[in-house]
Design a protein around this ligand. Sequence first.
Ligand SMILES: CC(C)(COP(=O)(O)OP(=O)(O)OC[C@H]1O[C@@H](n2cnc3c(N)ncnc32)[C@H](O)[C@@H]1OP(=O)(O)O)[C@@H](O)C(=O)NCCC(=O)NCCS
Length: 131
Amino acid sequence: MMGIMEARTLELVFPEHANPGGNAFGGFVLGLMDKVGSYAAIRRARKRCVTVRVGEVVFEVPIRVGDLLEIVARVVRVGRTSLTVEVEVYRENLKESKTLATRGNLTYVAVDEQGKPVEVGEPAAEKEPGL
Ligand SMILES: CC(C)(COP(=O)(O)OP(=O)(O)OC[C@H]1O[C@@H](n2cnc3c(N)ncnc32)[C@H](O)[C@@H]1OP(=O)(O)O)[C@@H](O)C(=O)NCCC(=O)NCCS
């Protein structure tokens, strides 16, 4: 079962996500990392969260049109109002099995309705759906 510290998404790379040579735009992959990272932060904090920092991200393995990406995000640090999330992007396609393509750390801040930082607080109790 996926815990409250994690989030995971699958995404296929379409031509509109890539340059004419078929390589995905770095910004597209970064956007996915930011989105899925925020899902993990929101799951843990149960509050609105905004991105305050994107740590270094290196694209070591090409991501191309037709690749299936699995984006895995895990909360690795909880501060007073901030959370750091490690995000990994795996690539697979018809020829190659799942390979880690890139990873990075993103930091989010829990905010109130006015956008002011608020305490993350204790985690909500986890229970199996339907129980
Ligand atoms: C995020 C934001 C609410 C923080 O406001 P702030 O007044 O700087 O808040 P604080 O100084 O009280 O810091 C709040 C937390 O953020 C952390 N933080 C602030 N700047 C940071 C940075 N550059 N890198 C990492 N963490 C940072 C602080 O360490 C603190 O964490 P803690 O409470 O766990 O110790 C504010 O900067 C903001 O609204 N930024 C824009 C966010 C946004 O719109 N993001 C989308 C991309 S455009």
